[in-house]
Structure formats: structure tokens, C-alpha cells
Design a protein around this ligand. Sequence first.
Ligand code: AMP
Length: 397
Amino acid sequence: MKVLVVNAGSSSIKYQVVDMTNESVLAQGLVDRVGIPGTTLEHKPEGKDKVLIKKDLPDHTAGMKLVLEVLVNPEYGVIKDMSEIGAVGHRVVHGGEDFAESVVIDDKVKKVIKDCFDIAPLHNPPNLMGIDACQELMPNVKHVAVFDTAFHQTMEPSNFLYALPYEVYEKYRVRRYGFHGTSHFYVSHRAAEMLGKPFDQCKIITLHLGNGASMAAIKDGKVMDTTMGFTPLEGLVMGTRSGDIDPAIVFFLMDKLALNTTEANNYFNKKAGMLGLSGVSNDLRDILEAAESGNERAKIALDVYYNRVKGYIGNYMAKLNGCDCIVFTAGVGENGIDIRENVCADLDYLGIKMDVEKNKVRGKEVDVATADSKVRIFIIPTNEELVIARDTYRLAQ
Ligand code: AMP
């Protein structure tokens, strides 16, 4: 069976076609600027040249329609006709407390996705638009929702509750949910395989360090804690997001900078983090380069970044009572040699010792700990699409 994996954002649709007989990716692509003048579709069929199509598209249905046309194109398509697609897997950011695993989409599931609009206003509405568009165009196959929050649903109240009046949890569902769950799920399972231990007997700390970043503490096959919370703003310092701050700063700056709630939300999500702190960029490559050429703010920004990650490693080491391995993944985690080295520096008291020579690799699945390190240090390229394709395939059977 071939599975179509769809990740619909507010103005973009990412897709992959995966052949489940050998889990190979037949094609992947991105429709960008959906509903905005200047729409483009970039399609990359396996083993063939990239194709770029420029065509203004009014909405997600038109975007998906173009994707399907491209997939069956005799020249650069990867299937003969749509009947080859046996199921569609959709990335959905928020499943609230209703879903601890992936599900076949029906009206009830769509209602839950809609009920979560309130707590995931930027993500769930476009995710649902993608589902509606695909269901309209492919009504005869199963559609599966794979939630970013699902893997974290094993967290206990002691880790997911905020110290706020309990009614706001009951009434408004204010609690910690965690995100990037599909990535944490994939790399922690791979880590268990690399450790040669059953997943439900491992203690693992996963570091998904990308433009958005989060960590998770996983014990006995369950997420015990994670750094992102009610929204993806909590936790680590990110490209443009502040991560943890004193909440009183929000009221203080709303007052000083005369920000309304929308502007304040934008400020802490888009203007803060590494971009705000360094004044250079949200991209760690630019900040590393600036620091190298003597930019003091870039150096300080990097130190704040390392400190926050180290702090959470310590936090999770304490909660897990030690761990078998830490795992680096996502853009920064897979490629940032200096970043990994600095995060792991001076953690030998915790049993974390990096072999800095072995660490000089990018995007490879490898153990970069020294032979005598108590804790293994893995680099594992993430593959969220494969998790979505596998769950979709399993549920579509
Ligand atoms: P992601 O969100 O997982 O796609 O990660 C994107 C981020 O990875 C970019 O914003 C960069 O900051 C980061 N990145 C990519 N390559 C490197 C590298 N060689 N060193 C440090 N950071 C990198």
C-alpha cells in the first residue's frame, strides 16, 4: 500500500508519498503561499529532478488538487492513478486530552480537532482544512490523524498541572500538553533499539532542537515530562520564542510597550528567543558565525541557550533518577556540532561524557559518547513522516 502523508499549515501543505512495502519515500513536496498571491509547488520525485510549479491557488482544496495532479503526472508523477493511494495520514498538532494515539478520522474526531481550535488557534484550523480538502478529493480511502500531543498524554498530573486554580484546568483545559510528540516518539524508539533494550525498560532524554525546540523525559515507555506546555512557547530558548520566563514580564511589557494581547502573543513567539537576544538572526548558524567573529550579544545568546538545555538535562536526570541515553535530533540537534559539544560540556558528574571527535558529524545515526560514559549520547535524525505513514498504514488495514 502507498500512503500519502499530509502536513497542512496556515498557508502551506507539505506532503510525502511512502511505499509501505519497503517504507521508501517515492516523492515529497511543498505547496507554499496557499491563498496568497505567488503560490508555488515544489515537487521532488525520488531519483528525478525537482519540479517547480507556479500557480495561484485560492485555498487548501485547490492546493491538494494540484498535489494529486502532480502525483499522477506521466512525466514526474510517482503513481499511475489515485487508486494506488490506500490511505492518507494527517499531522494534527493538538488532540487535547482526547487522543493518546493516532485514530481513523470520523465526524467525532473532527469535532475534537475543532474543539481544540481554542487552545491551538494557529495550527488546528489549517490542519482541519487539510483534512477536509483531502476527504473531498479522496472520499473512498481512510484518513488518519496523528497528533503532536498524543505521545505526551502519558504524563501524570504532577508534571502536567500548573500551580493555578484547579478550575482553569477543568473549565479551560489549561495544563501542559507538550508538542513535537511524533519526533520524540520516533527518536526514543530508535534509541531503545540502539541501546538494545526493550523500549519500556529505558530511561531516555530526547532533545528535539530545531527552530522550535523541546525536550522530553521518557521512562518505561511513557513520557514523564516535556518542556513545552499549554502552547509551544514554554521551555527551551527557541529561534524566535522566549521559552520559560517569569509570567509577570508579560504584564510588565504589555504595559511598557503598549501591547494588546495579540501583539504580546506575537512578541513572545516571534520577536524573542535567539533572534531577540542576539539581534542577529533566529538561525543558530548565523549566531554561531557572529559569535565566532566577536559579536558579544551572539555569544551571550548562545550561553543562555546552552544553559537552558543543560538545566533541563539536570531536571530530567533528577526526575528519572539517571538515564540510559540522551538523544539529539532536528535541525540543530542533528547538525549543530558546536551546539552539542557545548550542551554536553561539564556534565561528567551526571555520567555524560562526549567524544568530541566522534561528535564531528552531521545528520547521521551515531553514538558520540566516550567508551566510559555512563550515559550514551545519540544523534538520531528524526522522521515524523515515517511515524505518520506507519500509524496510517496500521490503522487503514
Ligand atoms: P528544524 O526546525 O528542525 O528544521 O531546524 C532548523 C534549524 O536548524 C535552523 O533554524 C538552524 O538554526 C538549525 N541548523 C541547521 N543546520 C545547522 C548547523 N550546521 N549548525 C547549527 N544549527 C543548524
